[in-house]
Structures are given as structure tokens and as C-alpha cells.
Design a protein around this ligand. Structure first.
Ligand code: NAD
Ligand code: TYD
Length: 366
């Protein structure tokens, strides 16, 4: 970090126009709801191009809020993005838009390079140019992942903010690259930035290609639950609303130029987790205990599959006072309840019906 930035670690002041990218996705939708409800004095702009992972149904409860605006647009668009910054004079950016699924990155790495690397650079550049006269009070917050650190052994170690980057999948390599560009814009141009690296999230509105929602959906429909390899890989699971709370705290109180790790201190091997999920689903669906576990099917391992992730979030806890609010068992119960109560959401997502939502809701109004 440059000396100027190090000495300029004033807390970010409350500002008016906040751009949140990727807020029609899983984490972004929880974050944008938190901001719209908690900060009526902010104008919140959700920029999302609505890929398969973007779903405006996630946000139908805030669509008409006076301090919320949806903008359909692509972060990689080199003309549109600078125009957007000129038009709305953003005070802060919270950047979540990304291609986010490791398996997709294995079959289509270039989409990840385009969105996660080029798209992030395009936003950084637009912010730099828009704020070049006065960067005071501005903030570019980049939301990243613990996967940039690579994989841990079963040795009780944790990822800290100073762990060397060692990404293995095209997804994590693209996120690592974007993190480096964010730091480079801080060092080179003095752009006020903050980065967080979070562990695996779970909760409502999670696209059912990821382990937990996919398994809930398959158990419900008596379909096989695919477990990669032997199911021994370990992830550190965090309730998505706790991630959103952490982003809120870091956005407002984090120090410029700093990185914060966010994690649940909640390690589960995939097979342990799926057994727990099966137990909950049996109870909720009135099945005999052990019934859903019969659906567990071991399949070919993911290429380059990281063995273990575990986050040390003590910096965030000690410096900014954040801690996870939910025990995993409680969070998992809540998550299962949400999916069982929102079958229509799941049906729309699995049938692709949700992709017409924007056309119906927004085009009519223009
Ligand atoms: P997601 O895939 O559910 O949502 C991504 C959103 O970005 C979607 O709404 C999509 O339409 C939008 N998007 C994609 N490409 C875009 C583009 N070119 N222009 C504009 N919008 C675009 O992802 P998520 O799980 O909510 O993750 C959000 C962020 O958090 C990502 O940056 C991810 O790397 C990071 N993260 C995720 C997790 C996790 O467990 N899901 C953990 C740590 C960090
Ligand atoms: P995932 O939800 O894709 O998140 P990430 O790859 O970002 O950690 O996967 C979580 C873990 O579950 C990971 O170890 C891969 C494994 N997994 C399966 O065993 N089966 C599946 O069908 C999926 C999607 C993931």
C-alpha cells in the first residue's frame, strides 16, 4: 500500500449514491436489502446484467423502495460503465458481480476472466477517473473469496490476511487476479479500496448448482445427491446474512487499503454436512430417518478440488467487532425451511422461468 493511503485511513463517511454490482445474485440480494432498509438516506443502485445467476425475484420486496434503482448493465462494457459513473456520481462502490461457480469455471474459464478480471478493472478504472479530482470520502469495496488462498491440509491451520495467494481453479485464479488489480489501483493511483475474502456462504436464494441448495432440491425430489470424490473436502460455512452484515461493517468502518477475512469458524466435511442435511430433511418431510441419506451418490471428483478451507477472521472480529450471529445447525434449519416454503422460487429457477422476470417487470415500465 502507498504511504499516502496508509496515512489516509479515516473512516468512510456516510454518503449518498452507492453502486452495488451483482445484487440480483445470491449474496448481493441479501446485501442490497440490508442497505435499502437500513440506510434510507442512501440511494442504492443495483447494477446487474442478469446472467443465469441473477434473479430479480430475489428482490421483489424492495423493487419499489424509493431509495432503490435497478440498472441492467454489464460491468465489462467500456462505454456504459464510465457513463454510469458520470451520471450518478457514486460515492461508494460495493463490487460483487462475478461468475462464481467453480465447476462452470472449469468448462468455461474465459467467461471468468472476462467478468471477474476485466470487469473489475473496468469498474476500477471508471472509479479512478470519476474520483480523480477528489478521492476523499470515496470507497471501492471489492468482495472476494477465501479460495484465492488455495487449499489447506488437515492440520488445523487457517487462512489469514497475510496467507500467500495460491489459487487452483480458473474461478479462484480470476478472483485472485481481480484482488491484485484492486491493490494495484490503490498503490498506483491512490484509489481508496477495501477488500474482503469470505468463506463459503449458505442461505436463502442460493442458486441450486451449489452444494447445499442442490442437495436440498434433490432430496426433495428423491434424486441422487452427487458427492465429489470421497466427500472428505472441508468448507467453512457462513450464513449469508452474516456475510452481508460483515460487508456493511467493513464498508463503513474498514480501513482504506486493508483486507479483512470473513468466516464462520465452522468447518464441515461435505459428507458430514450432507448427512446433517439429510437428517433435517427427513424430519421436515416426515420421512423415516436414514431415508434421504440413501440418495447420497459418490461421483468423479472435481478437477483441482481444494481439500480444505478455513478462515481466521480474528482481525475483523477484534478490530471491527463483527462475529457470526448463527450456529450452523440453526442456519441450516432456517435455510431448509426457506427452500421448502419457497418451492415456486426453486421451480422458477430450475425451469429457467425466472429469466423472463426482468422482461415482465421492467420493460413494461420504460
Ligand atoms: P452469484 O453468482 O449468485 O451472483 C453473481 C451476480 O453477478 C449475478 O446476479 C449475475 O447476474 C451478476 N453478474 C455476473 N456477471 C456480470 C456482469 N458481467 N455484469 C454485471 N453483473 C454480472 O454470486 P454470489 O454467490 O452472490 O457471489 C457474489 C460475490 O461474492 C462474488 O464476487 C463471489 O466471488 C463472492 N463470494 C461468494 C461466496 C459464496 O460462497 N457464494 C463466498 C465468498 C465470496
Ligand atoms: P460449491 O457449493 O460448488 O462451493 P465451492 O466450490 O465454492 O466450495 O461446493 C462446495 C463443496 O461441495 C466443494 O468441496 C465441492 C463439493 N460439491 C459436491 O461434492 N457435489 C456437488 O454437486 C457440488 C456442486 C459441490
Amino acid at each position: 500500500m502507498s504511504n499516502t493511503t496508509r496515512s489516509n485511513n479515516k473512516q468512510f463517511k456516510m454518503k449518498k449514491n452507492i453502486l452495488i454490482t451483482g445484487a440480483a445474485g445470491f449474496i448481493g440480494s441479501h446485501l442490497v436489502r440490508l442497505f435499502v432498509n437500513k440506510y434510507p438516506e442512501y440511494q442504492i443502485f443495483n447494477l446487474d446484467t442478469l446472467t443465469y445467476a441473477g434473479n430479480l425475484e430475489n428482490l421483489k420486496d424492495i423493487t419499489d423502495a424509493p431509495n432503490y434503482t435497478f440498472i441492467k448493465g454489464d460491468i465489462t462494457d467500456e462505454v456504459f460503465i464510465p457513463e454510469l459513473f458520470a451520471k450518478y456520481n457514486f460515492d461508494g462502490v460495493i463490487h460483487l458481480a462475478a461468475e462464481s461457480h467453480v465447476d462452470r469455471s472449469i468448462t468455461d474459464p474465459f467467461s471468468f476472466i472476462r467478468t471477474n478480471v476485466f470487469g473489475t478493472c473496468n469498474l476500477l478504472n471508471a472509479a479512478k477517473n470519476a474520483w480523480k479530482e477528489n478521492m476523499e470520502g470515496k470507497r471501492f469495496y471489492h468482495v472476494s473469496t477465501d479460495e484465492v488462498y488455495g487449499a489447506l491440509e488437515f492440520d488445523g491451520s487457517f487462512f489469514t490476511e497475510s496467507t500467500k495467494y495460491d489459487p487452483h481453479s480458473p474461478y479462484s485464479a480470476s478472483k485472485a487476479s481481480s484482488d491484485h488489480f484492486v491493490r494495484a489501483y490503490n498503490d498506483t493511483y491512490g484509489l481508496p479500496v477495501v477488500i474482503s475474502n469470505c468463506s463459503n456462504n449458505y442461505g436463502a436464494n442460493h442458486f441450486p448448482e451449489k452444494l447445499i441448495p442442490l442437495s436440498i432440491n434433490n432430496i426433495k425430489h428423491n434424486k441422487p445427491i452427487p458427492i465429489y470424490g470421497k466427500g472428505e473436502n472441508v468448507r467453512d460455512w457462513l450464513w449469508v446474512n452474516d456475510h452481508a452484515r460483515a460487508i456493511d461493517i467493513i464498508f463503513h468502518n474498514g480501513k482504506n487499503g486493508q483486507t479483512y477475512n470473513i468466516g464462520g469458524n465452522n468447518e464441515w466435511s461435505n459428507i458430514e454436512l450432507i448427512h446433517k442435511l439429510c437428517e433435517i430433511m427427513d424430519r421436515k418431510l416426515g420421512r423415516e430417518q436414514g431415508e434421504s441419506a440413501k440418495l447420497i451418490t459418490f461421483v468423479k471428483d472435481r478437477a483441482g478440488h481444494d481439500l480444505r478451507y478455513a478462515i481466521d477472521s480474528s482481525k475483523l472480529q477484534n478490530e471491527l467487532g463483527w462475529k457470526p450471529s448463527l450456529q450452523f445447525e440453526e442456519g441450516l434449519e432456517k435455510t431448509v425451511d426457506w427452500y421448502l416454503e419457497n418451492q415456486e422460487w426453486l421451480d422458477n429457477v430450475t425451469s429457467g422461468q425466472y429469466q423472463n422476470y426482468y422482461e415482465k417487470q421492467y420493460k413494461e415500465r420504460q
